[in-house]
Ligand binder design. Structure first.
Ligand code: UDP
Length: 231
């Protein structure tokens, strides 16, 4: 692959603590991404916000406001991960769909391409910029916009199962599954809005375990280290 969109869940950044940041986990990600950029693979990154806040975190406040907090959480995550990447010698940029003072810059496809040409990793923070969406949808949106070859979904599980492996010890893991089947059977990969967008725009995905040794590198090399989602 020449260009990938790496999606990390917020919780994955938190390691065992489930909240906040786990530097060891993020440093391991940075080291892998560094190897990819050394091979001139262009890497865009979208990060969730679940280690801080989700729109569904409170039933008592307005959903739009709750989602704004969620989007801000994703920006904190991107700034943190970007800085860890820099500490490992990577060049980065953090973009948002809305103004965030001097903290980030506004998303622009032309600017992304300039940064990719400079071998920078580009973080797409702040989700889509709209409530009632998720960073899954933001990941698909940006992957399509930047014309990525695939979305690499680094998760806390090692692939897509026919039922929840935590609840069902008999759950069967798919090696390959079509996005149509993901949609029809509501398999837990990305949310429905994101799945439909993937299908309509023919954007494949690779799901794998974040904590697997060289998982990101293998996925970017097209090795099926979890579940391949075809479109
Ligand atoms: N969010 C949003 N719009 C977006 C992306 C994210 O409103 O385009 C908010 C939403 O509140 C979400 C939170 O940011 O719950 C964190 O994003 P993530 O995708 O991690 O949330 P999840 O899918 O786990 O709810």
């Amino acid at each position: 692959m020449k260009k990938v969109l790496l999606k990390l869940s917020g919780e994955a950044l938190a390691g065992a603590k489930k909240t906040g940041f786990d530097e060891e986990t993020v440093t391991a990600v940075a080291k892998q991404v560094k190897k990819l950029t050394a091979e001139e693979i262009k890497v865009g990154v979208v990060i969730g916000g679940g280690n801080f806040w989700r729109g569904r975190s409170s039933e008592n406040i307005d959903r739009t406001k709750a989602d704004q907090i969620g989007m801000l959480a994703t920006i904190m995550n991107c700034i943190y991960v970007s800085e860890i990447f820099r500490s490992q010698g990577l060049a980065t940029a953090v973009m948002t769909p809305f103004k965030c003072g001097e903290f980030t810059e506004i998303f622009s496809k032309d600017r992304v391409n300039e940064y990719f040409d400079q071998n920078r990793v580009v973080f797409f923070a702040g989700g889509t910029g709209h409530p009632y969406f998720s960073t899954d949808t933001a990941a698909v949106l940006r992957a399509v916009e930047i014309e990525a070859d695939s979305i690499l979904l680094a998760k806390a599980v090692d692939g897509v199962y026919d039922s929840d492996p935590k609840l069902n010890p008999e759950a069967k893991k798919y090696d390959v599954v079509s996005i149509q089947q993901v949609i029809n059977e509501k398999l837990a990969v990305v949310d429905m809005t994101a799945s439909i967008m993937c299908m309509e725009n023919h954007m494949p995905m690779q799901v794998f375990l974040l904590n697997e040794q060289d998982g990101i590198i293998d996925a970017a090399r097209g090795i099926n280290n979890g579940t391949k989602i075809t479109v």
